[in-house]
Ligand binder design. Structure first.
Ligand code: ZN
Length: 251
């Protein structure tokens, strides 16, 4: 416990000193909410399918009905999930004026539910689905209703085309504006705290390098190795909830 609290105290003081801190989160922060990281093999929904195939833009284009027979299950598995103490701690940092923004790779909208306000969801969010034909946006609640009342893909109620979840599927580029905002924040940051991400998937994995290259400090709160372990001021590698609870307590 002492080792954890010492590291947590260091993170707390870096946070207090920083003027332009940003947070970057990945799948690991949502694991305690019951959302398995699909990169850990054999977990839940991803047990029997290859996410790179079923959640690929080509799969959606080829056969939206089949795509949604899988993705609808993913929606259903995510809609009842709640933010955990780690999400709440990060929202609290923002409320106290200690961080400027939160960049996340997660699509589960749990940061928003936890109260984070300046949130850049670089992989999109399940909050909405979109019609690529006419540009309509549909809320998750309506999509869930459409999925429950009809077979196959939910259809746009304006033009009848199949909807696409407003998340970045495999094979798709990241939304330009969100990525540009994330890069600008990373460039300006004097501290970046990376939580629950192995920082292996580009372009998001390049954000800490932008901060570090500009003289900003890095903190890692994640289990397992990352490419930035040697650059980080502090690395906390315990459970994210325990670690962030300790940081909050040390503030
Ligand atoms: Zn439409």
């Amino acid at each position: 416990m002492r080792a954890v609290s010492t590291g947590a105290e260091q993170v707390a003081s870096l946070l207090r000193e920083a003027e332009r801190a940003v947070i970057l989160t990945g799948a690991g922060i949502s694991v305690p909410s019951g959302i398995p990281d699909f990169r850990s093999p054999g977990t839940g929904l991803w047990e029997k399918v290859n996410p790179m195939e079923v959640a690929h833009i080509d799969a959606w284009r080829r056969d939206p009905d089949r795509f949604w027979s899988f993705y609808g299950e993913r929606f259903a598995s995510l809609t009842d999930k709640q933010p955990n103490e780690a999400h709440l701690a990060l929202a609290e940092f923002e409320r106290r004026g200690l961080v400027r923004a939160l960049i996340t790779q997660n699509i589960d909208r749990l940061h928003r539910l936890a109260g984070s306000e300046r949130l850049i969801e670089v992989h999109g969010s399940i909050e909405r689905s979109v019609c690529l034909e006419c540009g309509s946006k549909v809320s998750i609640d309506r999509v869930v209703e459409l999925l429950a009342t009809s077979e196959g893909a939910p259809l746009c109620e304006v033009c009848g085309a199949p909807l696409k979840p407003d998340v970045v599927l495999f094979g798709e580029l990241l939304p330009e504006q969100a990525l540009a905002e994330a890069q600008q924040l990373a460039m300006d940051a004097d501290l970046m705290i990376c939580v629950g991400s192995s920082l292996e998937v580009y372009p998001v994995a390049g954000l800490p390098a932008i901060t570090h290259g500009g003289g900003g400090r890095l903190v890692l709160i994640t289990q397992g190795p990352t490419p930035y372990d040697g650059d980080a001021e502090v690395k906390l590698d315990g459970d994210v909830v325990t670690e962030l609870r300790a940081v909050l307590a040390a503030l």
